[in-house]
Design a protein around this ligand. Structure first.
Ligand SMILES: CC(C)(COP(=O)(O)OP(=O)(O)OC[C@H]1O[C@@H](n2cnc3c(N)ncnc32)[C@H](O)[C@@H]1OP(=O)(O)O)[C@@H](O)C(=O)NCCC(=O)NCCS
Length: 204
């Protein structure tokens, strides 16, 4: 089984005046572009990218795919092993979400509840929930077990099964890739050029 994974991040801008209800569709264009680049780097065929009734991606020809998008950033990964990707902007997190996200013991392991730590944990959990196909409904079964020896790794579990989450940090965002705990698997990040040129005033 391949041990190097190729997550791809694509910064993008919304066209001026694009209505809010069209922004998700626009973002998806970029997560699919990222998917194409990841497929190419991984040596995977390109799709079909079908989903099950829950909205979870269905594997094709033994390959799994996972995508994420947020304001101005899209990310994707095609891999032979179970994997989930998530991208989040670092921002203040409501106290209600902080309570729902983790127990006191987990916050202690995380090292505090500052926005960067909280968003990092939120993103890591979302990535694991995507790797297992559970979505947010599975949040209560997902726990932070500790931090990896490298500063960019968190160790999580889902229903007792271990997951390793490798993260990379952009200016004000974190991208997480959750892998089943395969000791040899590693991650080679690709960040594409902003596309199209977003112009001044757009956060990347
Ligand atoms: C999966 C989920 C965590 C995505 O998080 P998000 O921050 O809203 O959105 P992201 O951009 O990071 O990810 C969206 C992608 O997740 C994928 N996805 C959706 N449900 C998924 C699941 N159950 N398992 C794995 N991946 C899933 C889809 O590919 C989707 O992208 P697409 O619509 O462009 O194909 C969340 O939306 C979710 O749980 N959805 C399922 C609905 C659900 O369980 N609702 C109960 C809420 S309590």
């Amino acid at each position: 089984m391949d041990s190097l994974l190729y997550p791809v991040i694509v910064p993008f801008a919304f066209p001026q005046g694009l209505p809010r209800d069209r922004q998700r569709a626009w973002s998806r264009l970029y997560s699919r572009a990222a998917l194409g680049v990841s497929a190419r780097l991984s040596g995977a065929p390109c799709g079909p990218c079908a989903k099950d009734a829950r909205g979870a991606p269905l594997p094709f020809e033994g390959w799994r795919w996972t995508v994420s998008d947020t304001q101005g950033l899209a990310a994707a990964l095609v891999a032979r092993r179970p994997a989930g990707i998530d991208v989040e902007r670092i921002r203040p997190v409501s106290s209600a979400l902080l309570r729902r996200l983790a127990t006191d013991a987990e916050w202690e392991r995380a090292g505090g509840r500052e926005p960067e730590t909280a968003v990092r944990l939120f993103s890591a959990k979302e990535a694991v929930l995507k790797a297992v196909g559970a979505g947010l409904a599975g949040l209560a079964k997902c726990g932070l077990e500790g931090r990896g020896p490298e500063g960019n790794t968190l160790l999580l579990s889902f229903a007792g099964r271990p997951y390793r989450v490798v993260q990379t940090f952009l200016k004000d965002a974190v991208v997480s890739v959750a892998l089943d705990a395969h000791p040899g698997a590693d991650v080679a990040w690709t960040v594409c050029c902003p596309w199209p040129d977003p112009g001044p005033g757009v956060r990347l």
